[in-house]
Design a protein around this ligand. Structure first.
Ligand code: CUA
Length: 348
């Protein structure tokens, strides 16, 4: 091969490689990582992208060079020279992809195993640290998320509250169909499957509020199945968790004696509904401060209407809203449903 041809190939390759690199680097394709796991996932993305750009530059340069150099000139009807195979080339174009694909699988396997690793609690002090690691039980259902903190007296929340720099283990399950937990800034997805518990480790590294998105088509309200993940300082988290924990268990009362307000929060009603007595400000479902108006429109006495709306949510659907309220609340113990009806009807 002549020296001039090699220079031309290098120029073409640099042009294509530079163009592809600009598209990769100048467009913000990925959200800014907010967890240590997201950093590692991003590293794999860039590792694969760099390999792809190199291969693209090489292939594009050879194609364009060949198109220009070996094209048929006007009046040239001759057959090309009879060429069959090139053992040297074939060895290279088999060996190089094999090495690259192996490298990608090794890097991915290392990242996957590090991302799934949960640092275990240090046995240094006799007292167990609730943040080493923090465990959060995540319950998905059509169409809401509920987060429970077993290390903090089963404090419950319709948003995911996390302390920064502490590894968290999510234990996910679902009450109805398959959902999938996703926070784009954390880079990972994990399915929530009825009848089993799946796990996900997150180590947040940036303060802020991020969207929790259901990323498995799960029914009519799939697009509305959103919540928030709030990453806060360790001190702010401890304060929040302690206040939530004691609110969920006032005086460690027996489960049967739970108040309507507590049930409203622990079942995640506040994730979708506005209701002033519970300080709830959800906007996916109807504003429950207007329940008396809804009951009048449905033509039912208030208490009967509320009970029916909990047990058979699609019997009456307020105009302007989708029939997406979960039907699973009919499975609550009867005394809890009665407590909720009382609370929503204006009682305590
Ligand atoms: Cu739950 Cu989509």
């Amino acid at each position: 091969m002549r020296r001039g041809s090699i220079v031309q190939l290098v120029i073409l390759g640099s042009l294509f490689g530079g163009g592809a690199a600009a598209v990769a680097l100048l467009v913000p394709w990925l959200p800014r990582p907010a967890s240590e796991q997201a950093d590692r996932v991003d590293f794999v993305f860039w590792f694969v992208t760099a390999i792809c750009i190199s291969i693209f530059a090489l292939v594009a340069a050879v194609i364009v060079y060949s198109l220009l150099k070996f094209r048929a000139r006007p009046g040239d009807d001759a057959d090309g020279p009879p060429i069959h195979g090139h053992t040297g080339l074939e060895i290279w174009w088999t060996a190089i992809p094999a090495v690259l694909v192996t490298a990608i699988s090794i890097v991915s396997a290392i990242v996957l195993s590090r991302n799934e690793h949960l640092p275990s609690a240090s046995a240094a002090s006799g007292q167990r640290d609730p943040l080493a690691p923090l465990v959060v039980d995540v319950t998905a259902q059509q169409f809401s998320w509920l987060f429970k903190y077993p290390g903090f007296e089963n404090a419950t929340s319709s948003t995911l509250q996390l302390p920064i720099h502490a590894p968290v283990q999510l234990r996910l399950t679902s009450l109805d169909v398959i959902h999938s937990f996703w926070v784009p800034q954390f880079s990972q997805k994990q399915d929530a499957v009825p009848g089993m518990v799946t796990k996900l480790v997150i180590t947040p590294k940036r303060l802020g509020t991020y969207d929790v998105i259901c990323t498995e088509l799960c029914g009519l309200g799939h697009a509305l199945m959103r919540s928030e993940a709030k990453v806060m300082t360790r001190a702010a988290f401890m304060k929040w968790a302690k206040s939530q924990g004691s609110a969920a268990n006032p005086g460690n009362a027996a489960p049967g004696g739970t108040s309507g307000k507590t049930l409203f929060v622990s079942n995640g009603c506040n994730g979708c509904h506005t209701f002033k007595p519970a300080n709830a400000a959800g906007s996916i479902g109807p504003d429950l401060d207007k329940l008396p108006d809804f009951a009048r429109r449905a033509g039912k006495p208030l208490d009967e209407f509320i009970r029916e709306s909990i047990v058979k949510p699609n019997a009456y659907v307020e105009p302007g809203y989708q029939p997406i309220m979960p039907g699973t609340f009919s499975g609550l113990p009867p005394q809890q449903i009665t407590a909720l009806v009382k609370f929503l009807g204006g009682g305590k």
